[in-house]
Design a protein around this ligand. Structure first.
Ligand SMILES: Cc1cc2nc3c(=O)[nH]c(=O)nc-3n(C[C@H](O)[C@H](O)[C@H](O)COP(=O)(O)OP(=O)(O)OC[C@H]3O[C@@H](n4cnc5c(N)ncnc54)[C@H](O)[C@@H]3O)c2cc1C
Length: 615
């Protein structure tokens, strides 16, 4: 461990983490949020409503999963800048008497999510004896989109392809979108090699069906028997088919949907187990074993006995233990804006002790092993048209028109943004508006604009239901519409000044539409449509849910090595998935929908290969 860290101790009493007082996602909220599994990360809407998070605060839990007990204030870990990280400076002591068994292997994998399942199988296929610790009862997953770039099945799956030069331009664009705060070579390697890894991933699942089959978003009727279908490629909402990558705006059409994501993960695990790999479910990795600066194993606490399994790894440990969005202390430290802006937490996965699985354990484990933590963490938030202020009444992240590029006005009645930017950037625009909300205006011709409907294809029935629920408003004239608009939870609508400004803003917008050029915000002409045919509508839109804090993690390289504070490789330590740093910064970019899953799988695959070879 870094000497500076062990000598200096934090002293601020107020910064002591409280292991007990987190607001915590309840089981009830979890069940209500189960429908989130169908959520589209490319910004689709029109699927089932989701409810269940606290208003105006990220629904997270505090706690110190990496250590047994609350840290004393003077024992907090220190950041290189001298601030106190919200976890103890030292890992827990594990007495010999608390070790229930010891296992010798080549590679230990910590966490069996998307990245871990790929690493588990990849290392086993590389000839390693592999052991995994997973704190939940099964491999953990959520919705099923993966980016698929220039693969042999692109055409079959109806996806766009690019020349290598175009692909490099796209990747440069993604890196630029993140202010060059990520490693471009990690992106380039992924962009060029991941389609091959998807092939490998699919072939790890017995009976995988490469022929695409439409996936229903509808829940089966009660009591209906459904035919078991082999896992394969399902359908999903496509990105706007008119989007050209050179427009540098929205999502590209490169995203596949697995029809059964759990089967994809289970398939990796059972294939690896067939090669002798061993998964310990319900086991919490709480400490890495370091010898001479090298990682040589890990301790996993068996939740049933409270005792530890000591796994000695001759070749290395692969960290695939996810993000920290359900650890409120870490969110407050690294991304306090998510709490201030009230981004809700729809996390659907729980460990065997009932806590959300994404509690940032890997940050602590990595820190104690001397790893450098990435700066400028990136949340995965994207507007899908919901009202924000997530609560029992308004509880969903979806709006009937999604984030379609219609005219948006804030509560002062002003237009404030180019509406065709991606729905990730949309979030940052909402964050800085009055009430952190806007109204999105459309008229009775909405059905005539497929390029605006984008992912949504709203029906009159769904619009009427949204009006009934107070999330959308209607008026035969613009004047009437503006009078009918109400705030959330009884808040006022437009006052006279804001209404007059709104009418002027709409008039100005219609002038720009007539000119065919958005002189004010540079929206693409194809998205400029007039507001002229009543009835008129306005969708109330607020801040989005945050799915994960995806960027952050342990600093890494394109071989999935973990780096120390001097940016040298820590021998025997690898990272993939959300604990792998230097992939995303500031915000999750959105043009390559499913980049997160695909990159987690890809670098899990790479980490497994490298660890098996000990390189
Ligand atoms: C609702 C929702 C929908 C999403 N949809 C998409 C999508 O369609 N496309 C996309 O690209 N991304 C999507 N994402 C994001 C994506 O799911 C994640 O970024 C990605 O799966 C992370 O993979 P991972 O393997 O790094 O982490 P995880 O999948 O979180 O896996 C980490 C695993 O490690 C285990 N673990 C953690 N700590 C320990 C410990 N101490 N000991 C033992 N085990 C431990 C956890 O239990 C978990 O199983 C979505 C996120 C959410 C919340």
């Amino acid at each position: 461990m870094d000497e500076q860290r062990t000598i200096q101790k934090a002293t601020n009493e107020n910064e002591a983490p409280d292991a007990e007082t987190g607001s915590g996602l309840s089981r009830r909220n979890f069940l209500k949020g189960a429908g989130i599994g169908a959520l589209s990360v490319a910004g689709a809407a029109g699927v089932g409503a989701f409810a269940g998070c606290a208003p105006q605060a990220a629904t997270t839990t505090t706690g110190d999963a990496g250590a047994s007990g609350t840290a004393a204030a003077s024992d907090l870990a220190l950041s290189p800048a001298g601030a106190s990280y919200p976890w103890p400076a030292e890992p827990p002591e594990i007495a010999e008497a608390d070790i229930e068994s010891e296992v010798d292997c080549d590679v230990v994998v910590v966490g069996l999510g998307v990245a871990g399942c790929a690493a588990f199988r990849s290392a086993a296929e590389g000839g390693a004896k592999v052991v995994a610790f997973e704190k939940a009862a099964t491999p953990q997953q959520r919705s099923s989109q993966y980016a698929y770039l220039n693969g042999p099945h692109s055409e079959l799956w109806g996806l766009q392809t690019f020349s290598d030069a175009e692909l490099m331009e796209i990747i440069e664009g993604e890196v630029k979108e993140q202010n060059y705060m990520v490693k471009q070579d990690i992106w380039v390697r992924w962009a060029r090699e991941s389609a091959e890894a998807i092939e490998w991933y699919c072939n790890g699942v017995p009976g995988f069906n490469f022929e695409p089959s439409p996936m229903s978003m509808e829940a089966p009727a009660e009591g209906a028997e459904s035919e078991p279908t082999p896992p394969g490629i399902g359908g999903g909402p496509p990105a706007d088919p008119t989007t050209d990558y050179s427009e540098d705006r929205n999502a590209y059409n490169i995203t596949l949907f697995f029809s059964d994501h759990q089967a994809m993960l289970d398939g990796q695990v059972s294939t690896a187990e067939g090669l002798g790999a061993e998964a310990y479910f319900g086991h919490f990795a709480e400490k890495l074993i370091m010898e001479g600066g090298r990682c040589v194993g890990a301790y996993g606490r068996n939740a049933e006995t409270g005792k530890y399994v000591k796994a000695n790894a001759s070749k290395g440990v692969i960290m695939t233990c996810g993000d920290y969005f359900s650890n409120e202390d870490m969110v407050r430290f690294f991304r306090p804006d998510l709490i201030e802006n009230g981004n809700g937490n729809p996390w659907p996965n729980f460990d065997v002790e009932g806590k959300p699985t994404n509690t940032g354990d890997g940050y602590k484990l990595g820190y104690w092993a001397g790893a450098s933590l990435q700066q400028h963490h990136a949340p995965m938030t994207h507007i899908m048209g919901g009202t924000g202020g997530i609560n029992e009444t308004h509880g969903d992240s979806m709006g009937v028109m999604g984030a379609a590029p219609y005219l948006r006005l804030n509560w002062h009645g002003e237009r404030f943004m180019n509406e065709d930017i991606s729905n990730v950037n949309d979030e940052y625009q909402v964050d800085i508006q009055p009430r952190r909300q806007y109204l999105m205006f459309f008229d009775s011709k909405y059905g005539e604009y497929p390029e605006l409907a984008g992912l949504m294809a709203a029906s009159q029935e769904s619009i009427d239901a949204a009006i009934e629920a107070g999330k959308c408003f209607k008026g035969e004239t613009l004047d009437e519409l503006l009078d009918n608009i109400q705030g959330l939870d009884g808040a006022a609508g437009f006052d006279a000044t804001a209404k007059a400004t709104a009418l002027k803003s709409i008039q100005r917008y219609n002038e720009l539409v007539a000119k065919g050029t958005d002189e004010d915000f540079n929206k693409l002409s194809k998205y400029l449509k007039p507001l002229e045919s009543g009835p008129f509508y306005a969708q109330l839109t607020g801040t989005a849910l945050c799915l994960v804090v995806i960027g952050g993690g342990l600093e890494s390289d394109k071989e999935a090595h973990v780096l120390d504070l001097e940016r040298n490789i820590i021998g025997g330590l690898y990272a993939a998935g959300n604990i792998q740093g230097n992939r995303f910064a500031i915000k999750y970019p959105f043009k390559l929908g499913g980049a997160s899953h695909c990159m987690a799988m890809f670098y899990g695959y790479i980490a497994g290969q490298n660890a098996a070879q000990g390189v």
